[in-house]
Design a protein around this ligand. Sequence first.
Ligand code: SAM
Length: 289
Amino acid sequence: MLNVCDINVMKPLLMQHGFHFSKAKGQNFLIAGWVPESIAEQAGVDETAGVLEIGPGIGPLTQQLALRAKKVCAVELDTRLEPILQQTVGEFGNLEILWGDVLKQDIPALVKEKFPGLRPMACANLPYYITSPILSALLEAECFESVTVMVQKEVAQRIAAAPGTADYSAFTVFCQYYAQPELLFDVPAHCFMPQPKVTSAVITLRVRKQRPWNVDDEKIFFRTVRASFAMRRKKLANGLASGFPELGKQGAADVLAACGFDENVRGETLGIPEFATVANEIARRIRRD
Ligand code: SAM
């Protein structure tokens, strides 16, 4: 197996194929072998797993996944990588590469077709320019046991943040609605070529089998969350009034009172169960009107 993280292997390989990194495609390739090994290991990939990888690049993580999993499907946008991947991961019979944009895939259908009887997982060193849309698509697909990804450290902290902290955001609530996050480890910029300007981190999201709260209407729940963070320095009542014009100012205040919250409460202090309570009350009032 070619050690693609060794720059003495990687550089001649890229040169041989006339490959130049594309900033627009978020190409920062790993040059520290411990990173893909740790991702595959800590994601719990084994012979019972079917793994969807996003953006294999020249294959450092792909190799580690294919060594452990029953089946790996890797989706790559940049077809210039095809002859290189042929050389670096062509030997794996349990690997299938799909060429195209991961955001255009029907992920639940793909998982159903490719991983029957296996534990479906997603693993990736994500292209940073589309971290949030990819993570949203993976979680909304509701078909993975876990999602383990490398992202910018600041994004990882946002995903794992607790209510009331500066990092807590609508994206935190979105991710934690679907999954329980755990920060695994940091990856310094010198582990990549070219080096990004920021530190990265690997985070695993264990998808919830059951959600410990009751949400009557998911659309209204996520609307409530967005409205609550849209004016995060302001009172929740004001955020709700502008996010739900049909409620009006008084209606928004009544919702909070009916849920037992102080009229001055700020949205950023609410946990998911509290957002669910508020959203359910809004749903009840909107439907009644
Ligand atoms: N996995 C490799 C590694 O760790 O060295 C490469 C990671 S690099 C950060 C991101 C990879 O995602 C690149 O290979 C890039 O071409 C690919 N990519 C970018 N946008 C994509 C998209 N929309 N769908 C699938 N792959 C994409």
